[in-house]
Design a protein around this ligand. Sequence first.
Ligand code: SF4
Length: 254
Amino acid sequence: MAVHKFPIMEIFGPTIQGEGEYVGLPTVFIRLAGCDSRCALCDTPESIHASNAKEFLTAKEIAKRAEVLTIGGAVKHFVITGGNPAVHEHAGEICKELRKLYPADRDVWIHVETQGTFFTPWIAEEADCIVVSPKGPGMQDEHYGPHKPENVVQFVNRVLQVHRHKEVIIKPVYTGTHDLPYLKGLIKAMQGIKNPHGNWLELVISLGDNIPNVGECPNPGEYKELVNQLMEEPVIIAAANRILPQVHKCLGIA
Ligand code: SF4
């Protein structure tokens, strides 16, 4: 069997999940390099090109590194992020190796974060939770432009076909009023989502802060302004399960 190596930017933790539905959950992060988007406001621009990877490791080696960070297995939550992990066809092997660290499948919880531009079967088959984070105009993706809502829905529908008893979280970033029409279009398009297995499906809006570097503390007034803008939008208020800042940036942690 071929041995695959994956471009690693960093494996770090334990820390807390800083954004989305599971803010605050103790987590070990695995960041893969390589992304098909080119967002001007990317907060991990060094992870866009796989050639920037610090090292190339097999799934077994990645799991071994991650295991050391779990405090003897106390941390059971992993996030595989990027870049866009979906561009790595065989990265499901990492999920399989992480599961082997625990006595039972139910003891480990693996989230995969992707912008949803690229479907690979392993994402639907191996992840416990898939966080789809489409980029609106505010993120200035120079490759795709604003990610078309119908493509996001298509991606989610493909995931939900094979993704049983698990979760899908749609997590667009809101960076200002220029993103409002996009958000509303996304919410409208989400009516086309087919969820045949009744999986957990949520819309979580992540407040962007226009500060590109992880670890820099944003201006609280900026977040407040973003919240105030959204609170004037009944369509968005009705659809969003959560509207959250990027807590790791508020705390100044990775
Ligand atoms: S999709 Fe994410 S990792 Fe890729 S360029 Fe955009 S912000 Fe950066």
